[in-house]
Design a binder for this molecule. Structure first.
Ligand SMILES: [Zn+2]
Length: 199
């Protein structure tokens, strides 16, 4: 099941890139709009590259390959439909962790059990759960209450979720937390993750 899913993934992304390249080449003679379009396509391929790498890491090891594959196709479709990857990628990473059975409680400290409430929690790629301000370890990064609340928001269908410009920072906090935990559980760095910092 898993290898076949991977083949389909490669095929789909290959087809998608080809389609975008063709439409990019023929749709306009205007240089500036072509440049904007090129930039947009490059931006979209960044999100898809991270999604693709996560899927390749996780799919072969999971018994739940079919739900994971459906999530993958939904995410790729939403990135193209929305013309942006911030929300779909965060949703994809969150559900990858959940389908893998790796999602910890997001409301309390693993060390002392204290509930975070509206306070910041702290995370890193070295611990698979959240810590409170008193128990945080060196090098941990904060995740706000608004970032953690995306966990509840992501129980809705992806195409019904929207994100305001002000919510991008908390969304990125959640994404970075979840990507750290995916790296921790798969015991490997995500190489494409560096691309997110420049897009
Ligand atoms: Zn604590």
């Amino acid at each position: 099941m898993a290898p076949r899913s991977n083949c389909s993934l490669t095929y789909r992304f290959g087809t998608w890139r080809k389609k975008r390249a063709i439409s990019s080449g023929y749709s306009s003679a205007n240089c500036s709009s072509r440049s904007t379009r090129r930039k947009r396509i490059y931006g979209l391929s960044t999100g898809l590259a991270v999604v693709s790498e996560i899927a390749e890491r996780v799919l072969p090891e999971q018994e739940v390959a079919e739900p994971m594959f459906r999530l993958l196709l939904l995410t790729a479709r939403e990135i193209e439909r929305r013309g942006e990857w911030q929300l779909p990628l965060a949703y994809f990473a969150y559900w990858t962790l959940k389908l893998g059975g790796w999602m910890p409680p997001l409301d309390r400290c693993v060390s002392c059990g204290k509930r975070f409430g509206d306070a910041q929690a702290f995370q890193s790629a070295l611990f698979d759960r959240l810590h409170c301000g008193d128990c945080r370890k060196v090098g941990m990064k904060p995740i706000s209450a608004a970032g953690r609340e995306f966990g509840a928001k992501f129980s809705a269908k992806l195409d019904e979720i929207s994100v305001t410009p002000e919510a991008i920072v908390p969304l990125v906090e959640l994404r970075e937390t979840v990507l750290n935990w995916i790296e921790l559980h798969t015991e490997r760095k995500l190489f494409t993750r560096e691309m997110l910092e420049t897009n």
